[in-house]
Design a protein around this ligand. Structure first.
Ligand SMILES: NC(=O)c1ccc[n+]([C@@H]2O[C@H](COP(=O)([O-])OP(=O)(O)OC[C@H]3O[C@@H](n4cnc5c(N)ncnc54)[C@H](O)[C@@H]3O)[C@@H](O)[C@H]2O)c1
Length: 391
């Protein structure tokens, strides 16, 4: 399988990471980016990463040199995709813009053989819509890595409605062979992870906006419940600009379903340029010498926060299962391998008892009368039948 040549278009954060993963798996990789300096920056970043791997004893100098030698860094002209002619798979990781992605796929299709798989790493656009630009949309599929691609094991494989099942199967087998954990997701907004994870941020923002607890305390409560990072520190790490954009795009893609409404307090941080770690300020202050508030370590407050966020998360997972976004197994794998949740959400529901989770949601719904707390029909059904999500 390693004789397959892998093309990667876009040498930014994701493209350079994906190129590294494919080269590590033994493929010859063509990494192209038409913007001046992008391919060179990726080459420098790879050289640095490899030097670190050698220093830490994870790779020999020889292995690192071979890996680097397998990547060809190119700066083609705009709309020149001819370098990808020998590729059996091209993964696109350029700007998140449907119009630009469509014209790019048209160009990629013209430059490659009929058997080549054309994949998009898009986080939020429809694979079917991108594929529609091609003469043969059957060979277009989503291969969605998580950031950083060389570190995070999860990859969502997303067939569009016209994708040939053989293309989906070949993509999955290939990415599995790269040592990744693949899950199959339907072409729906946010796929699995970016859909189900919304309440981790949203419910935390909401609890803060209501004045129930401050940000440090909410983060503390979620970490007490087993999460590696609190929602606010995680938003600051991802970037509030990026996190807010994903929330907005999922909200729009669901036809402004109020369940996915983004939150004003985060919008204000974006308006103010408080993106998080990368700008020195976000929910918290990262400037040298800054101090941040300590959490109120009150177990009663923790009980008012974590079970509520977890119930809304479980509801999102149950709803994704209900709408056949993915299997129960893949939904749980996606959240543990893609965003490091301490447990799969459906397994967590089984452990707590689906009826307990349902009664929490019903209480929230009774209190607020808002869509976001409406229980998924599947959660209600599972609770009524007194059975687990995972048989
Ligand atoms: N950053 C993430 O956390 C993340 C995670 C998963 C998926 N994604 C998706 O991956 C894609 C790339 O995101 P990123 O974070 O790597 O962005 P980025 O800005 O770091 O990199 C994008 C690269 O694409 C290049 N580019 C822009 N327009 C182009 C064009 N028309 N043709 C060719 N190259 C072009 C740019 O020069 C840049 O190097 C997006 O679709 C994004 O939604 C991002």
């Amino acid at each position: 399988m390693t004789d397959l040549i892998v093309g990667v278009l876009g040498a930014g954060t994701m493209g350079s990471g994906i190129a590294q993963v494919a080269a590590a798996a033994g493929h010859q990789v063509i990494l192209a980016d038409p913007f001046a300096g992008a391919a060179d920056r990726a080459r420098d970043a790879h050289a640095k990463t490899m030097a670190r791997e050698v220093e830490k004893g994870r790779l020999s100098r020889d292995q690192a040199d071979h890996l680097l030698a397998r990547i060809q860094y190119l700066t083609p002209g705009r709309d020149d995709y001819s370098a990808f002619a020998p590729a059996g798979l091209v993964i696109e990781a350029i700007i998140e813009d449907l119009g630009i992605k469509k014209s790019t796929f048209k160009g990629l299709e013209a430059a490659t053989t009929d058997r080549a798989i054309l994949a998009s790493n898009t986080s939020s656009l429809s694979i079917t819509a991108i594929a529609a630009a091609c003469r043969r949309p059957e060979r277009v599929v989503g291969i969605h890595f998580f950031n950083p691609a060389p570190v995070l094991p999860l990859v969502e494989i997303v067939p569009g409605v016209i994708t040939d099942p053989d293309v989906t199967a070949r993509s999955r087998t290939l990415v599995d062979a790269w040592g990744k954990t693949t899950v199959l997701a339907s072409d729906t907004p946010g796929f699995i992870v970016n859909r189900i994870a919304r309440p981790f941020y949203g419910e935390a923002l909401r609890i803060f906006e209501e004045g129930l607890a401050d940000k440090a305390t909410i983060d503390w409560a979620m970490k007490e419940a087993g999460f590696k990072m609190g929602p606010f520190e995680l938003m600051d790490l991802i970037g509030n600009d990026v996190n807010y954009a994903v929330s907005t795009s999922v909200f729009e893609a669901f036809g402004y379903d109020p369940k996915y409404r983004p939150f004003l307090s985060q919008r204000r941080l974006v308006d103010g340029g408080l993106f998080g770690r990368k700008t020195g300020r976000g929910h918290f202050d990262y400037r040298p010498g800054a101090t941040n508030p300590e959490p109120t370590r009150d177990p009663e407050l923790a009980e008012a926060i974590a079970p509520r966020v977890i119930a809304v998360l479980i509801n999102a997972a149950a709803d994704a299962l209900f709408w056949r976004v993915a299997s129960a197994r893949d939904i749980d794998l996606a959240m543990t391998k893609g965003v490091n949740y301490p447990k799969g959400l459906l397994a967590w529901a089984d452990q707590l008892g689906p009826a307990t989770v349902l009664s929490r949601l019903d209480r929230l719904f009774a209190e607020y009368g808002e869509e976001r707390y409406r229980a998924s029909p599947l959660l209600r059904q599972v609770a009524a039948e007194n059975r687990p999500f995972h048989p």
